[in-house]
Design a protein around this ligand. Structure first.
Ligand code: C5P
Length: 218
């Protein structure tokens, strides 16, 4: 059980979280949800009341917030300044603001550095996000880019949080657009990432496919 870093990127609703957690459990590895880190910083920004469009103020909040995130795939606490934010970071306020906060280059630099430290400390880890294979861990042992049809993604997301499918589809489209068009580390498939369309696949099929890919790499 030596070092093994798996980078899982893709848009919202592509199945990243469920697949990454299950894969980490099977590999007896740690798991890092980088989206939760951007969400936690966004929660801190909203709490502070600073203007979301002021990158200097947003960066100051991000720098001063004491963000702690666990890496156990079975359950990972997320806190900001000692306050548990697991539920709040999944709420509509944070979801509505996270793309703006994650577009601030200094916020990304801060979180990317933290993510690299956590990956180095863990050694064996499955990391999910938007820029893991391209920016955070370009030397990952396996890079996967998960996709699914817009329809399947909206259905999965609204099943998770019991939200309206049409509203969810619109929100996913909005975040995809913001995440892929921002200047700093946009959502992008790394050239050496394996693309997997999960529209017609079950979670276990995707996990099995990733394990095959890992095994074939030795
Ligand atoms: O994956 P999740 O939907 O929780 O990510 C929330 C948001 O965090 C994304 O829409 C994106 O704006 C940002 N994010 C990012 N880079 C990552 C992970 C998430 O910019 N590596």
């Amino acid at each position: 059980t030596g070092r093994c870093v798996v980078a899982v990127d893709g848009p919202s609703g592509s199945g990243k979280s469920t697949v990454s957690r299950r894969l980490a459990t099977q590999l007896a590895a740690r798991y890092l949800d980088t989206g939760a880190m951007y969400r936690a910083v966004t929660w801190a920004v909203l709490r502070s009341g600073v203007d979301l469009t002021d990158p200097v103020a947003v960066t100051k909040v991000a720098t001063e917030a004491d963000l702690v995130i666990g890496t156990d795939p079975a359950g990972y606490p997320v806190s900001v300044d000692g306050v548990g934010v697991e539920a709040a970071i999944r709420g509509p306020e944070v979801t509505g603001a996270v793309s703006a906060v994650s577009a601030v280059p200094a916020v990304r630099a801060l979180l990317v550095a933290r993510q690299r430290d956590m990956i180095a400390a863990a050694g064996r880890i499955v990391v999910e996000g938007r820029d893991i294979g391209s920016v955070v861990a370009p030397d990952a042992d396996l890079k996967v880019y998960l996709t699914a049809s817009a329809d399947a993604r909206a259905r999965r997301r609204s099943a998770e949080d019991a939200s309206d499918v049409t509203a969810t589809a619109a929100d996913l489209a909005r975040r995809d657009r913001l995440d892929s068009t921002r200047a700093a580390d946009p959502l992008r498939q790394a050239p050496d990432a394996v693309e997997l369309d999960t529209t017609e696949l079950g979670i276990d099929e995707v996990v099995a496919r990733l394990r095959e890919l890992l095994n074939s790499k030795g």
